[in-house]
Design a protein. Structure first.
Lengths: 182, 588
C-alpha cells in the first residue's frame, strides 16, 4: 500500500499483510471485469493474480478468482466494496493458508533441447501432474498444475534444461469436501 | 401486437412513469432524437443550462432540496465529459442523479467517431452503476433500473448511455408501476439485538455524543424528526458534519455546532474526550477525524449507516448497525420508551459533569471574530444574512472555500434539505448552478448562494439560465479578491508566499449582473450592509450581490495539518503559540 500524503489518513499503525483469495460471482456482461479491476486499482488494492471465465452459460454467470494482499481491514473493505457493484452476485474469500480450500494454477513450459535435457525437464515436472501437450525432435511443451510457489520453483529449475517460454494462469480455487462457497 | 415506440419516446415514457417533472440538460448531435421528442411530453419541463457541469449541479441542487432524483440529459463526447465533475460530486455526497447521455450510433462505436468518447468507461468510477444500451429492447427496463439504483440504499449517480440509432429504433414499452417504498428491508441488516446493545452502551455512558451526517438527511425528513426525538429522549449532546447541517436545529442547546477541521471548539473537544460516540449516517471523513491515530482515543464507537462498506473503512467501530437511519433511530426510540421510560431523567445526573465540561468549551466561543466598523468582516456578513433571512425558510447553497466554512459556522439551519454544499469533492462552482436547481424545485422560496468571487466565476454562465427561466436566485459573493482558503493555507503553511491565489482582473460584478439581465448590488461598508441585504431579498429577480469584505480574514477555528481534535487553533493569537510543524506542512 502506497504511503498516503494526507495527514488525515496517514498510516500510523499498519496491520499485518495477509494473502487472500477472493472469489466473485458476476453477471457475464460487457465491462464487468473492468468494474472489478477498476475498483481494485481505483482504491489502491493489489491484484497478484486473476482468473476469470464464464461458469454458467444459462444464467450468464462468470466466476472471478483474485489473489490479493492486504491488512484484515483492507480485505474486509475489498469484499464490501465488491458487494456494492450491481453485477456482483456473491463474494467469498479465503486465506491462502486455509486447509479446506484447494488452490491451483496452471503453467505451460516450452523446453528446447536434446533428448536428455527434455527428459530431465519432464522429470522435474513429474510431481505436478505433468502432461506433454506437444513434442518435436528438439522441443516439447509441458503442462503442469500446481501452487504458485511450486510453479515459480519449477520454472527456475527448468532454466538449465532449455526453458524458452513460460505461460501461466491465475489461481482458481474450490473448497474440499461436499461444501460449496456460500 | 403492442404499440411500438421509438427509443427517444421510451426515454420519456420512463421519465413520466418515474414522475419526473424537470430535466436539466444541453442538446447536441447524439441526443437530437430525444430533444425532438420533448415537445410531445408536456408534463416534463426541460431546463437548458449553459454548460453540462452546470446542468449536473442544478440537478444535484434539485435532488438535495426536494428529496427526488435529479435528471440530466447530455450529448456524447464533450457533453458527457463535462458532466463528469457533477457526477463525481454527486457520488461523493450521495446525491441521487440519473444522467442520460447520447452516444454515437452503435456501428460507429470504437472508430473514434466525431464526438465519441468511452462514456461508460470514463464514468465507471464516478457512478454507482452505468449502462450502455445497445439493444432497444433493453432500454425501458434499463432506465427504470437506473432510477432504482440511484435512489435505493446509499443514493448516488447513475448513467445510461444511449447510442443515437437506438434512440430511433422502435420497441414496445411496458408500463412501469413505481413502488412506493423501494428503500425498505433489503438494506436493513440490523436486529433488535443490535438496538439493545446500543441502548446498553447509552445507559452506561457518562460522556456520550451523537455525531450525525448527511445520511440523516438522505433518509428523509422523518429521520430528522426522529433524531430530534432521540436527542430529547436521551439528553445527549449532538454535533453534525458539514453535510448533516439542518438535520438538527442549529439554535438548540443540545447542538454543539459543526465538527471537523473548521468545526467548533466544543464539538471537536467533545468528540475527542467522549466515552461513547454514536455516528449516525456519517462516514469518518478525513476532514472530520483529523489525525486518525489520535481520533477520540477513549471512546466506544457505534456506527449506523446504510452502506456496509462505510463501516470500519477509516475508523474501527465497536458496534456497527447497518440500516436506514430513520428505521434504526425509530426502533431505538421505541425500545427506550418501552424498557426505560425515564431514560433522560435517570441519565441526567450521570452526564451532568459532561455537560459542565462542554459548557466550559462552549464559553471559549470559538466562532467569535473581531468585528470592524470600517470593513465588512465576512463572518459578520453571513451573520447579518442569517438574521435577515431566518424567518423565511431560506435555502442556502455554497461554493467551496472560506465562505463555505463561514456559512456553515454562522448560518443556522433548523430543517433538513435547506443546505446544499459540495463537501466530499469540494467543487468550486457548485453553488450557483445548484441554486438554479433548488429554485426550480421551490419556485416561491428564497434561494441564496453564499459564494466566493473565485468559485462563482467557474460557473458564472449559469446566470443566463436563471434569467431565462425567471429564477430569482441570489448570489451573495463574499468578495475578498483572493482564493481565500488557498491564501489562508499559504499564510499558515507556506510563509505567506501567495502563489497565484490573488484574483487579478476581476469583473465588475454589478455590471456583470446587468449584462446578464439581472440585478447587481454592491455593499462596501458594514453600515450599508443591512439595507443592501434587504434590497436583495426584496428583489424578485436574480441578483448578484458583491459584498466587499476584509481581504485577509482567516477562517478559524482550525485543526491544523497532522493534529488531533484537541489541538485546535482558535485565532490569530493562538496560532503563534502552536507552530505548525515542518511535517505538518507537507500534509494536505
Amino acid at each position: 500500500m502506497a504511503n498516503s500524503k494526507s495527514a488525515y489518513s496517514s498510516p500510523g499503525k499498519i496491520g499485518k499483510f495477509h494473502t487472500h483469495i477472493i472469489v466473485v460471482w458476476v453477471d457475464n456482461e460487457a465491462g464487468v471485469l473492468a468494474r472489478v479491476v477498476g475498483l481494485f486499482s481505483g482504491r489502491g488494492y493489489n491484484i497478484e493474480s486473476l482468473a476469470v471465465a464464464e461458469i454458467d452459460p444459462k444464467l450468464n454467470i462468470s466466476r472471478i478468482t483474485i489473489v490479493t494482499t492486504g491488512t484484515p481491514q483492507v480485505i474486509e473493505q475489498i469484499k464490501l466494496q465488491l458487494k456494492k457493484l450491481v453485477p456482483v452476485h456473491k463474494v467469498a474469500d479465503f486465506k491462502r493458508e486455509d486447509r479446506n480450500v484447494i488452490f491451483k494454477e496452471m503453467a505451460l513450459f516450452k523446453v528446447v533441447g536434446n533428448n536428455s535435457k527434455r527428459k530431465k525437464a519432464l522429470n522435474a515436472c513429474k510431481k505436478y501432474n505433468a502432461v506433454i501437450l506437444d513434442k518435436t525432435n528438439k522441443s516439447c511443451v509441458i503442462q503442469i498444475t500446481a501452487l504458485r510457489r511450486e510453479i515459480d520453483l519449477t520454472a527456475k529449475n527448468l532454466k538449465k534444461y532449455g526453458l524458452v517460454s513460460v505461460s501461466r494462469t491465475g489461481a482458481v480455487a474450490m473448497t474440499r469436501g461436499s461444501e460449496i462457497f456460500k | 401486437m403492442s404499440k411500438l415506440y421509438s427509443g427517444a419516446d421510451i426515454v420519456f415514457k420512463c421519465l413520466e412513469d418515474q414522475e419526473v417533472e424537470f430535466i436539466f440538460g444541453y442538446p447536441g448531435g447524439a441526443v437530437l432524437p430525444i430533444y425532438d421528442e420533448l415537445k410531445n411530453h408536456s408534463s416534463i419541463k426541460h431546463i437548458l443550462a449553459r454548460h453540462e457541469q452546470g446542468a449536473g449541479h442544478a440537478a444535484e441542487g434539485y435532488a438535495r432540496s426536494s428529496g427526488k432524483p435529479g435528471v440530466l440529459v447530455v450529448t456524447s463526447g464533450p457533453g458527457a465529459t463535462n458532466a463528469v465533475t457533477a457526477l463525481t460530486d454527486a457520488y461523493m455526497d450521495s446525491v441521487p442523479l440519473v444522467c442520460i447521455s447520447g452516444q454515437v450510433p452503435t456501428h460507429l462505436i470504437g472508430t473514434d467517431a466525431f464526438q465519441e468518447c468511452d462514456t461508460t468507461g470514463i464514468t465507471r468510477p464516478c457512478t454507482k452503476h452505468n449502462w450502455l444500451v445497445k439493444d432497444i429492447k433493453n432500454l425501458g427496463k434499463t432506465i427504470h433500473k437506473a432510477f432504482e439504483v440511484a435512489t435505493t440504499g446509499r443514493p448516488g449517480p447513475v448513467l445510461v448511455d444511449i447510442p443515437k440509432d437506438v434512440q430511433f429504433q422502435k420497441a414496445s414499452y411496458t408500463k412501469f408501476k413505481k413502488q412506493k417504498k423501494l428503500n425498505g428491508k433489503v438494506h436493513n441488516q440490523f436486529s433488535q439485538k443490535d438496538i439493545d446493545e446500543l441502548i446498553k452502551l447509552m445507559s452506561k455512558a457518562s460522556k456520550p455524543i451523537f455525531y450525525t451526517g448527511g445520511g440523516v438527511i438522505n433518509s428523509g425528513p422523518k429521520a430528522s424528526e426522529l433524531l430530534r426525538e432521540l436527542v430529547n429522549t436521551t439528553g445527549f449532546p449532538i454535533t453534525t458534519t458539514l453535510q448533516g447541517l439542518g438535520s438538527y436545529p442549529g439554535e438548540d442547546s443540545h447542538f454543539l455546532g459543526m465538527l471537523g477541521m473548521h468545526g467548533s471548539y466544543e464539538a471537536n473537544n467533545a468528540m475527542h474526550d467522549c466515552d461513547l460516540m454514536i455516528n449516525i449516517g456519517a462516514r469518518f471523513d478525513d476532514r472530520i477525524t483529523g489525525k486518525i491515530d489520535e481520533f477520540s482515543p477513549n471512546s466506544k464507537k457505534v456506527h449506523i449507516d446504510i452502506d456496509p462498506s462505510s463501516i470500519n473503512k477509516n475508523v474501527k467501530v465497536d458496534l456497527p448497525i447497518v440500516g436506514d437511519v430513520a428505521e434504526v433511530i425509530g426502533s431505538t426510540i421505541k425500545t427506550i420508551k418501552k424498557t426505560k421510560p425515564d431514560f433522560a431523567k435517570s441519565n441526567k445526573q450521570k452526564i451532568s459533569k459532561w455537560w459542565e465540561k462542554i459548557q466550559k468549551w462552549r464559553s471559549v466561543k470559538s466562532f467569535e471574530f473581531v468585528n470592524s466598523t470600517e470593513t465588512i468582516k465576512p463572518q459578520y456578513a453571513v451573520q447579518r444574512l442569517y438574521e435577515l433571512t431566518k424567518n423565511k425558510d431560506t435555502y442556502i447553497t455554497t461554493e467551496v472555500g472560506q465562505h463555505q466554512m463561514w456559512a456553515a459556522q454562522h448560518y443556522k439551519f433548523d430543517k433538513p434539505n435547506r443546505w446544499m454544499t459540495s463537501g466530499g469533492l469540494g467543487t468550486m462552482g457548485y453553488g450557483l448552478p445548484a441554486a438554479v436547481g433548488v429554485q426550480v424545485a421551490h419556485p416561491k422560496k428564497l434561494v441564496i448562494d453564499i459564494a466566493g468571487e473565485a468559485s462563482v466565476l467557474m460557473t458564472m454562465q449559469e446566470m443566463s439560465t436563471a434569467v431565462q427561466y425567471s429564477l430569482p436566485i441570489k448570489i451573495f459573493i463574499l468578495n475578498n479578491e483572493y482564493m481565500g482558503m488557498v491564501r489562508q493555507w499559504q499564510e499558515l503553511l507556506h510563509e505567506k508566499n501567495y502563489s497565484e491565489s490573488y484574483t487579478a482582473a476581476l469583473p465588475d460584478f454589478v455590471k456583470l449582473a446587468e449584462a446578464y439581465g439581472c440585478v447587481g448590488i454592491r455593499a462596501k461598508t458594514p453600515d450599508e450592509l443591512d439595507d443592501k441585504i434587504i434590497e436583495m431579498i426584496n428583489t424578485d429577480r436574480p441578483v448578484i450581490f458583491d459584498c466587499m469584505v476584509d481581504k485577509e480574514e482567516n477562517c478559524f477555528p482550525m485543526i491544523p495539518s497532522g493534529k488531533p481534535h484537541n489541538e485546535m487553533l482558535l485565532g490569530p493569537k493562538d496560532q503563534k503559540e502552536k507552530k505548525i510543524t515542518e511535517k505538518g506542512k507537507t500534509l494536505v
